[in-house]
Structures are given as structure tokens and as C-alpha cells.
Design a protein around this ligand. Structure first.
Ligand code: NAD
Length: 266
């Protein structure tokens, strides 16, 4: 299967090229970067630390969508919305990993999913998808006397907060409790906040160093505390999962799928 990587020089982009190289059924269709990037014109495999592929990094994503069977996108929110439109127009499957999308940018992905298979996940690792299921189950079993708090830490370069994975964990907890996350989420606390409301789902964000991604979901009651934790130690785990998702799109009907569908957890 021919897989295109948009934003192929980014931290995830280079990992994705390596993951394709290690996957027998996958072939790199090509890579793009934003217009004006010094990487345009270079060999995407060499940029990822591999031997020459004979391909050249372009800045025309439409040309890549036209030749690829699926495109994997870990770029930036505006770029991902534009790429979703191209997936719709060219009929190419899409794996959009970018986080921090606005409602309008998400709508572009939802629209593409009407015509092509899209696998969108805040986190493509097997472990986090298991954690999502466990969080939903624990929240359904434990009542409101267990306060739910979600703690995440990422490297200093991350630009959105809370992380997409933390929000997905919040969504899983809210689904377990059968409540609307938007009504109970406390995304930030600062100053004289007053006491915690019963039923809130709180978030805390840490940034620093090169932390790939740590997430803990806490259920805190008066006399006990349950903590479910996942720690990613290498972002290759996300790249491997995203390439697995891209391969899975082959032969799938149009629709918006999650990593839980790919892994058979749903
Ligand atoms: P990064 O900044 O290292 O890489 C992004 C790349 O996209 C850059 O090379 C940039 O030049 C390129 N880019 C930007 N606009 C473009 C455009 N219009 N066309 C082509 N390329 C363009 O960032 P990163 O650490 O690789 O993360 C990228 C995104 O992926 C972030 O939103 C991050 O939160 C998300 N992410 C998701 C997961 C997951 O499992 N879902 C895991 C890691 C990162």
C-alpha cells in the first residue's frame, strides 16, 4: 500500500517514514512540507535517516493525495483541515493525527469521512487505547464520590493543552459516567477557585524536557485513590500505530473510525 506523509520533516513525520520502512506491506508514496520549507527538494527517506529513496519532498499536497492510497498527517491544525478537503476531493484515505483542532477544522475531517475511510485518534498507541477503555469502565463503576482528575506531561515543544489524549481520556470518563464533558470539564485552575464541584472532571498540564507523553487518570475518594497511568517512552509507538491504521483503511467503507476500531477494542 502506498502511503503519503504530509509534514514529513516534523518530529512525527520522520518517525512515520521509519515506520513505513519497517512495515513490509507499506511503501512510501512521497512526502510534503509547508511551502518555503528548506526541506522541499530533499529526499524524504534521507531526511529521516534512511538511505536514498529517489523521491523528492514537494510542497503540493494534491499531487501526493492523487498518487497515495492513504495519507498520514501529523502537521498543524490549519494544514490538517486543508488536507482533509484534499482527501475528500481525491478519494484518498486519511489518518489525521494532528491535535488541537478547532470545531471548524474538525468539521473538515468529518466531511471527508463521508466519502473516505478516516482513522482519527488523539493517540495511536495500543496502550493508550487500552487506557481509554479502562477509564470508561472505571468511571461507569465508580460513582461521583470518586473525583476524576487527569494529569498529563509532555515535552517543552508541545503547543496545545491539555493534550488531545488527555481530552480523549476526559471524554472516555464522561462517557462512562454518561455526562457531557463540556459541562463538567475543569481545564484550568488558577487563583481563588472555590471548592471542587461534585462530578467535575479536572485536567492538569505539565510541560518540560523531552517527555514523549505521560497520562494519569485518578479516581480520588475519601479513603482510597485509584490511578491508571500510561507512559510513552518513544514516539515511534505513535508512528507504528498510525501506519497500522493507514494499512487498515484498505477496503474499508467511508467513515470516521477510531484506533479502537483498528485494534478491535470497540
Ligand atoms: P512538528 O512541529 O515537529 O512537525 C510538524 C511538521 O508539519 C513540520 O515539519 C511542519 O513544517 C509541517 N507542516 C506544517 N504545516 C504544513 C503544511 N501546510 N504542509 C505540509 N507540512 C506542514 O510537530 P510534531 O511533534 O511532529 O506533531 C505534529 C502534530 O501531531 C501535533 O498536533 C501533535 O500534537 C500531534 N501528535 C499526535 C500524536 C497522536 O498519536 N495522535 C502523537 C504525537 C504528535
Amino acid at each position: 500500500m502506498k502511503i503519503g506523509i504530509v509534514g514529513c520533516v516534523g518530529r512525527m513525520g520522520r518517525m512515520l517514514i521509519n515506520a513505513i520502512d519497517q512495515t513490509p506491506d507499506a511503501e512510501l508514496a512521497g512526502g510534503t512540507e509547508r511551502a518555503g520549507s528548506p526541506a522541499v527538494g530533499e529526499d524524504p527517506a534521507m531526511v529521516a535517516g534512511l538511505s536514498a529513496s529517489g523521491l523528492i519532498i514537494g510542497d503540493d499536497p494534491r499531487a501526493l493525495f492523487e498518487i497515495a492510497d492513504a495519507v498520514v498527517d501529523f502537521t498543524a491544525p490549519e494544514a490538517t483541515a486543508a488536507h482533509a478537503k484534499l482527501a475528500l476531493e481525491t478519494g484518498t484515505a486519511l489518518v489525521p493525527g494532528t491535535t488541537g483542532l478547532s470545531a471548524q477544522q474538525q468539521a473538515a475531517i468529518d466531511a471527508a469521512a463521508e466519502k473516505v475511510a478516516v482513522v482519527q485518534a488523539a493517540n495511536y498507541s495500543v496502550g493508550v487505547n487500552l487506557l481509554l477503555g479502562l477509564t470508561e469502565q472505571a468511571a461507569a463503576i465508580l460513582g461521583d464520590d470518586y473525583d476524576i482528575e487527569i494529569l498529563e506531561m509532555h515535552h517543552r515543544h508541545k503547543v496545545d493543552a491539555p493534550s488531545g489524549t488527555a481530552l480523549a481520556l476526559g471524554q472516555a470518563a464522561a462517557s462512562g459516567r454518561q455526562v457531557d464533558l463540556d459541562k463538567v470539564a475543569q481545564r484550568v485552575r488558577d487563583g481563588h477557585t472555590g471548592e471542587r464541584n461534585v462530578g467535575d472532571i479536572g485536567f492538569a498540564t505539565l510541560r518540560g524536557g523531552m517527555v514523549v507523553g505521560d497520562h494519569t487518570v485518578m479516581f480520588a475518594a475519601d479513603q482510597e485513590r485509584i490511578e491508571l497511568t500510561h507512559k510513552a517512552s518513544d514516539r515511534a509507538v505513535f508512528a507504528k500505530g498510525a501506519i497500522r491504521a493507514a494499512l487498515w483503511t484498505k477496503g474499508q467503507a467511508p467513515g470516521l473510525y477510531s484506533m479502537r476500531d483498528v485494534l478491535g477494542f470497540s
